[in-house]
Write a protein that binds this ligand. Structure first.
Ligand SMILES: Nc1ncnc2c1ncn2[C@@H]1O[C@H](COP(=O)(O)OP(=O)(O)O)[C@@H](O)[C@H]1O
Ligand SMILES: [Mg+2]
Length: 243
């Protein structure tokens, strides 16, 4: 929390509808300053819908989304990015035919060149492999490298909160570990992280607090350590095995 105790992100009773279908039916979550919070849940429960509503891509039918105490519900997506909330979207969505450098430049928006270079240096320090690949076509890199680029590009907008939607999808376990370690580095650099994952085991290892979504609602929430040992979570999301 910030000094006055306001969470950096507060989502209250969020309802999102697509046509006649209600995808989120009253979701409430909070992210504290300096936190890594995870939203877990199986395929199709509404995790990406929640991310897109927070980042202004989908409309909220009702409920409220506050960022640093300010109402950002249904604000235009670019204004939400400008306020300091960036997204590393599901499926990465980097520009494959552009170079790594060009992708990073796009993440920086209209910032002046000198500032861009400073930000780039600061961020690339977290991603040594991308430094070697600056002139390479983004689409020619491995899945893990593309995921790193997706995160690096999001960080170029200097976010106070980074949303990561399924960063582990399709990656080998060793690479998944690297990506999740990155979440810790990002937090250490002063950016809170909201991590959406189907990979509950890996996410609970890195998160402080977690919410389990089911059928468009928060079914369970708690400290990540407590959830990792909760019998219901273990049975449904951790394959019932010891971690
Ligand atoms: N643009 C859309 N139009 C219609 N239905 C959608 C749209 N986006 C998501 N949905 C539906 O909303 C539900 C939740 O999807 P999603 O948020 O992508 O889940 P998750 O990220 O947890 O896998 C699914 O049933 C999906 O089919
Ligand atoms: Mg999704």
């Amino acid at each position: 929390m910030s000094a006055d105790g306001t969470p950096i992100l507060r989502v209250a009773d969020l309802v999102v509808r697509m046509g006649v279908q209600t995808i989120l039916s009253g979701v409430s979550i909070e992210v504290r300053q300096g936190g890594i919070v995870s939203v877990l849940g199986s395929n199709g429960v509404g995790k990406t819908t929640l991310m897109r509503a927070i980042s202004g891509v989908y409309r909220a039918a009702s409920g409220r989304i506050e960022f640093e105490g300010h109402d950002i519900t249904n604000l235009a997506a670019h204004k939400i990015v400008a306020a300091g909330l960036a997204q590393a979207p599901e499926g990465r969505q980097i520009f494959s035919s552009m170079t790594v450098e060009e992708n990073l430049r796009l993440g920086a928006g209209r910032r002046a060149s000198a500032e861009y270079l400073q930000d780039r240096e600061r961020i690339l320090a977290m991603f040594p492999i991308l430094t070697e690949r600056l002139a390479q076509r983004a689409g020619s890199m491995s899945g893990g490298e593309q995921q790193m680029l997706c995160v690096a590009r999001a960080l170029m907008s200097r976010p106070k909160l980074l949303l990561m939607d399924e960063p582990s999808l399709g990656l080998a376990p060793k690479v998944v570990r690297q990506i999740f370690d990155l979440a810790r580095d990002i937090r250490a650099a002063g950016t809170a992280v909201l991590l959406v994952e189907q990979n509950a085991r890996a996410a609970l290892r890195v998160a402080d607090y977690a919410y389990v979504l089911d059928g468009g609602r928060v079914a369970l929430s708690g400290e990540a350590k407590a959830l990792a040992s909760d019998a219901r979570v273990r049975a449904a999301y951790l394959g019932g095995h010891a971690t």
